[in-house]
Design a binder for this molecule. Structure first.
Ligand code: PLP
Length: 265
């Protein structure tokens, strides 16, 4: 059985964060390991509190785990603080790029509550070097690259910053928050050349927001890569999975709905 390690924040609702990651990783047939980077106090309405885990304990969790087991892919989600980001970098320093890393650069919750302190952004960008994929949404792509992503050209310029300046091997800029077409941009480096593909996305009419879609997408991609799928195949499968999950989203609380996971085969 292949295994995926998620390094992520705890979301007690189970709709996002590492609780959601583990459900998705399992759905894709992999074993899920999890290092907790932060605790949150939240319900389906909003994030009430963010508490980073003691940074050296994040480092110890990663070191002890990686001494014992070898995951086939790593997914990195919410990291909360500058010190936690730096300790994640230390924990992964000895790992080569042959172990794929998928990074969801979470800056804010949908309710606009910061999930990563502002001064940590440079350290987060430092993690992108050699990553198999970084999956920013439009706001995160704009904030981290400094490029206006309101047009296709702007998104492509932003993608170039992730690849050329930040050293990521691929970037998926998620257009789900765009007012009209929810197209995503996938860009990657092949034989020194940047390849760009626009992936068409249909806006799904859903009442209210659906929580944790970014967490599910990046975990599903990491599971695909852990199973030796190509990047494009893993991204396609993950996008269909999230699309189906939004279509069958469930209201378990009073606020945002959660992705409806299809039954495991
Ligand atoms: N809490 C945790 C632990 C998360 O990882 C995320 C993911 O982005 C969120 C909350 C916010 O999720 P959403 O933006 O779907 O509200």
């Amino acid at each position: 059985m292949r295994s995926v390690l998620t390094i992520a924040g705890s979301d007690p609702t189970g709709g996002a964060g590492l609780q959601a990651d583990l459900q998705v990783i399992r759905h894709f047939g992999c074993h899920g390991a999890a290092v907790v980077s932060a605790l949150t106090v939240q319900d389906s309405i909003k994030v009430h509190q963010v508490l980073p885990v003691f940074p050296s304990v994040v480092l110890d969790q990663i070191r002890v785990l990686l001494r014992d087991t070898s995951p086939d892919a790593i997914k990195i989600g919410m990291l909360a603080s500058d010190d936690v980001v730096r300790n994640v970098a230390l924990g992964l320093a000895s790992i080569g790029t042959e172990l794929p890393r998928v990074i969801d650069p979470i800056l804010f919750a949908s309710s606009q509550v910061p999930l990563l302190e502002r001064r940590a952004w440079p350290a987060l960008i430092g993690l992108f070097e050699g990553a198999a994929l970084v999956t920013p949404n439009l706001t995160e792509a704009e904030a981290l690259s400094g490029k206006d992503c309101s047009t296709r050209r702007g998104c492509e310029a932003s993608a170039r910053v992730f690849l050329n300046e930040f050293g990521a091997r691929a970037v998926l800029i998620k257009g789900g928050h765009r007012a009209v077409a929810a197209d995503d941009l996938l860009a990657w480096v092949a034989e020194g050349e940047i390849q760009i593909r626009w992936l068409e996305g249909k806006r799904i009419e859903a009442a209210g927001s659906v929580h944790g879609t970014g967490c599910a997408l990046s975990s599903a991609i990491a599971a695909g890569l852990a199973c030796d799928e190509s990047l494009e195949d893993a991204v396609e499968a993950a996008r269909s999975f999230v699309r189906a999950g939004i279509e069958r989203a469930v209201a378990l609380g009073k606020g945002a709905r959660f992705l409806g996971l299809p039954p495991t085969a």
